[in-house]
Design a protein around this ligand. Structure first.
Ligand SMILES: [Zn+2]
Ligand SMILES: [Zn+2]
Length: 239
């Protein structure tokens, strides 16, 4: 079956996201847009995922995820089959990131919310920062926890694996790559033909409600479960 997705959405926990990116607002906007599955992918943290899953109830599928910044300042989407795996990954990333206090006046507030959108705390440690784990280490640990690791917005000029490392090679072992809404698969492959055998997903990277994707991008899955979506992303499936 085909399900419509947006697998890169930031909540108000990400300092750069709008304050109205609350669990209920995200879930309801995604439902309004006609999506079947979304992923919550805050920078280096998983603290709002539980609230988003609870707010979604069974109305839409929510994938626990994180956008992790590697030592090389490469952004990686790490998506998991269950909340616990995402929380274990968060712990590993946290242990490997130096403490710098968030400056709310400069970076914005890092809000931790409950399933009713109540503010239950703020994250004190700055999340917009690289951790001391390499791309390889993040990918390996994500996979050990049953998840899938996807280089994020690889068409962008900053914080992408291509901008920072220069290339993607087969031995890195990626199956799926993410492009931003600034391009199309065809346009991107026109300049990067060597990547034509990978699966591509296109996500919004929404930091504000209006940017969440419309019902335009679909993925072929066995059924509408977290396990099936993650399994599909671990395969190369292209038109
Ligand atoms: Zn990013
Ligand atoms: Zn992002």
């Amino acid at each position: 079956m085909k399900i419509y997705y947006d697998l890169h959405i930031h909540s108000a926990l990400s300092p750069c996201a709008e304050g109205d990116m609350t669990p209920n607002n995200i879930v309801n906007m995604a439902i309004l847009k006609g999506l079947d599955v979304i992923a919550i992918t805050d920078h280096n943290s998983a603290k709002n995922i539980d609230a988003c899953i609870k707010a979604a109830k069974d109305k839409i599928l929510v994938i626990p995820g994180m956008e992790i910044e590697s030592r090389e300042e490469v952004h990686l989407l790490c998506l998991f089959e269950d909340l616990n795996s995402a929380l274990m990954m968060e712990k590993t990333v946290d242990e490997n990131t130096a403490y710098i206090k968030n400056r709310e006046d400069i970076f914005g507030r890092q809000e931790i919310l409950d399933e009713f959108d109540n503010l239950i705390g703020t994250h004190d440690k700055l999340l917009l920062k690289s951790c001391d784990l390499s791309v390889y280490e993040i990918k390996k640990e994500t996979e050990r926890l049953g998840g899938v690791c996807i280089p994020a917005h690889i068409d962008r000029e900053s914080f992408s694996i291509i901008s920072n490392l220069g290339f993607i090679t087969e031995d890195m072992g990626f199956t799926t790559l993410e492009i931003s809404n600034n391009t199309t698969r065809e346009e991107f492959l026109g300049k990067n033909e060597y990547l034509k055998n990978y699966s591509f997903i296109q996500n919004s990277d929404a930091h504000a409600l209006g940017y969440i994707n419309e019902r335009v991008n679909a993925i072929e899955v066995y059924d509408k479960t977290l396990k099936s979506v993650i399994s599909a992303l671990k395969l190369r499936q292209n038109p």
